[in-house]
Design a binder for this molecule. Structure first.
Ligand SMILES: CC(=O)Nc1ccn([C@@H]2O[C@H](CO)[C@@H](O)[C@H]2O)c(=O)n1
Length: 106
């Protein structure tokens, strides 16, 4: 299964479905709609959920909108500043929309 990591500070928003996209650089452009991802924290490598990729859309930093920010549970200036901090000097990104997969009942 493909894998993805998130900063630990986003775990609660993802599990509560307040965060439904992530914006990544070309290193994660290999993802496609329908992929199921095993998801863990970047810092501790702690598994915390599975996500299904709904869509992957190429986007420029300048084209990010308040809708993208809402899907990140952030304000647009905060989102742009964060992306520039994580990916300095980059202009081309991929908006990866996902949904949380529920755990199989045991
Ligand atoms: C290796 C690794 O884990 N990288 C990243 C990269 C990005 N993000 C989050 O995606 C959104 C847009 O970039 C923001 O919410 C970011 O903080 C993340 O959590 N982890």
């Amino acid at each position: 299964m493909k894998k993805m990591t998130f900063f630990t500070r986003f775990v609660d928003d993802i599990l509560a479905e307040r965060k439904t996209i992530t914006i990544r650089d070309t290193s994660e452009a290999h993802l496609h709609a329908g992929d199921v991802l095993d998801v863990s924290t970047l810092e501790e490598g702690r598994w915390f959920c599975r996500l299904e990729v709904l869509s992957v859309t190429e986007t420029k930093l300048a084209d990010l909108s308040p809708l993208h920010a809402a899907q990140e549970n952030m304000a647009l200036p905060e989102l742009k500043a964060l992306i520039q901090e994580i990916y300095p000097e980059q202009e081309l990104f991929y908006v990866i929309q996902f949904c949380l997969l529920s755990e199989p009942k045991s």
